[in-house]
Design a binder for this molecule. Structure first.
Ligand code: AMP
Ligand code: MG
Length: 497
């Protein structure tokens, strides 16, 4: 079946496509259609993302859309393609990679790109089969929306469609497709690709595309002697710093921070072996394949900088002078710590510190993190319980979490004293908005996956509902906000499933 034609069989979603990436020209991609999957079914759907795309609830439950997003029907106005990029993986130059299993359908008039992940072989599939399995697709779907619910920049996910077509990993599994949505899926690796290939014209085309669509202020910036490419590098560094600060504050480990998984827009993308921390272990490594611990939780801020350095090197032919590139990267070193500090202050309900409390607040944060790490305290539960304090809650549910109760009580005394210097109601509100009750812990994802394998998708929907507003109480769903079961520690998740 040739699904790219004829247009008569195309599904018209009324999206009014623009496809500015496709307009860049063939040096940047291979045009090709998604590969069909037999007898698809819905696994999970986000009405919120549908709404943002301008799709109706009826469209999102239609068989026509199910078929189109599973590769069985062309969407009118889309120009499907797989883009080419390269990258550094685990600190080593990996050469050409590219969309090995993701197909970009195009860009809607509202400026959102829609991509099907798991849509079949492309010229960049290398040894892979072009497919994604159900479990990793459910994880990506739920985590995309969970991160959005937390206010963390991320690609979104419209839906997951499944099929009983077999896909072989360690064992036989089944196929699924995640429909991802983002203003752009351009990665650091796209720039590295054209720099390595010594194609400065394409490099410049790509950089100008990104500047014109997303960073127009770089064109008129007078910083760096009016060098727009240095201004772009600085802007990307700053967005990346903000994103990683949010990861660290919420306890999110990405797991595969290769340069091909770094968004030029500072979005969290390519959810693979990610994990929200259960206990607070700063050196936690969530990716089972990362034996050296390169992407451990506490290394993420430095790895992001290392990746930005690679981007700087890739942009060097455009920037011209190395000093300018280095200067453009400099602000990461101040923006990241300031952003993290601000997030942690919010978690404590303190907001911005007045000068006389700056040192006190810094040591409150350092000390609580040391206590949490020493006792391997559950990170999410600690912050949520702490959030009860400004409203008059007792300190006991918090100190109960620690083996070192004396240490915890001492810290709580210092903290409550500091809280006494500010108004309780706004502190309580800030903490409730900043310290989620629900995060996508590995075991929750696993429970949803197990049910989905038996064609029960209710837990996918329930988790989506909770994670869309993770700071709300959602009474009746306490079991989704509790400590992980013992078996959670034995879940093993690796790259590229
Ligand atoms: P990831 O670790 O998921 O970021 O993937 C790294 C590279 O491998 C990217 O170029 C992916 O497109 C490609 N890749 C991962 N899994 C597959 C697969 N099953 N089939 C084809 N390409 C894949
Ligand atoms: Mg990737």
């Amino acid at each position: 079946m040739n699904i790219a034609t004829p247009e008569a069989h195309s599904l018209d979603l009324g999206l009014n496509w623009h496809n500015s990436f496709a307009d860049l020209g063939e040096a940047f991609f291979t045009a090709l259609a998604p590969k069909p999957l037999p007898a698809p079914y819905w696994v999970g759907r986000s009405n919120a993302v549908a709404h943002e795309l301008g799709l109706s609830a009826d469209q999102l439950s239609s068989d026509a859309l199910l078929q189109a997003l599973s590769g069985n029907r062309h969407i009118a106005g889309s120009r499907p393609l797989a883009s080419v990029y390269s990258g550094h993986q685990f600190g080593v130059w990996a050469g050409q990679l590219g969309d090995g299993r993701a197909i970009l359908l195009g860009q809607t008039a509202a400026g959102q790109e829609i991509q099907l992940k798991g849509a079949g072989l492309t010229p960049y599939s290398r040894m892979g089969d072009g497919r994604a399995v159900l479990r990793s697709s459910i994880r990506e779907f739920l985590c995309s929306e969970a991160m959005h619910g937390l206010g963390i920049p991320t690609s979104r996910a419209l839906c997951v469609t499944g099929s009983n077509a077999p896909v072989y990993r360690e064992a036989a599994e089944t196929a699924a497709v995640v429909t991802r949505v983002a203003p752009s899926f351009i990665r650091f690796g796209h720039f590295e690709h054209f720099a390595y290939r010594q194609q400065p014209a394409e490099l410049e085309t790509l950089a100008d595309h990104v500047i014109d669509r997303f960073y127009p202020a770089c064109r008129t910036s007078t910083q760096f002697g009016g060098n727009r490419f240095a201004a772009l590098l600085q802007a990307v560094s700053e967005r990346t710093a903000q994103m990683v600060a949010q990861w660290q504050a919420v306890g999110f480990c990405h797991g595969v921070m290769n340069t091909d998984n770094m968004s030029i827009l500072g979005l969290t993308i390519d959810y693979g072996p990610f994990q929200f921390l259960d206990t607070y272990d700063p050196g936690h490594v969530c990716n089972h394949s990362d034996s050296a611990g390169r992407y451990a939780f506490d290394k993420q801020p430095n790895i992001a900088y290392w990746n930005l350095f690679c981007l700087g090197q890739a942009l060097l032919p455009l920037i011209g002078e190395q000093e300018l590139a280095l200067a453009a990267l400099e602000s990461y070193k101040t923006i990241f710590p300031a952003a993290l500090q601000a997030r942690m202050q919010d978690k404590l309900g303190l907001g911005q510190s007045p000068a006389e409390f700056a040192a006190t607040d810094r040591s409150l944060i350092e000390d609580i993190l040391a206590l949490l790490a020493a006792d391997r305290v559950d990170y999410t539960i600690f912050w949520r319980r702490l959030s009860q304090l400004p409203g008059g809650g007792s300190t006991e549910p918090v100190s109960d979490l620690f083996l070192n109760r004396a240490g915890a009580q001492d810290w709580l005394q210092r903290y409550t004293q500091r809280l006494g210097s500010i108004a309780a109601a706004p502190a309580a509100a800030l903490m409730r908005q900043t310290n989620p009750k629900f995060v996508l812990r590995n075991h929750l994802g696993e429970l949803a996956i197990r049910a989905a394998r038996n064609m029960d998708f209710s837990l996918v929907s329930k988790l989506l509902m909770l994670l869309e507003s993770p700071c709300e109480e959602h009474p009746g769903h306490e079991s989704m906000a509790g400590f992980p079961p013992d078996w959670a520690g034995s879940i093993e998740i690796s790259c590229s499933s």
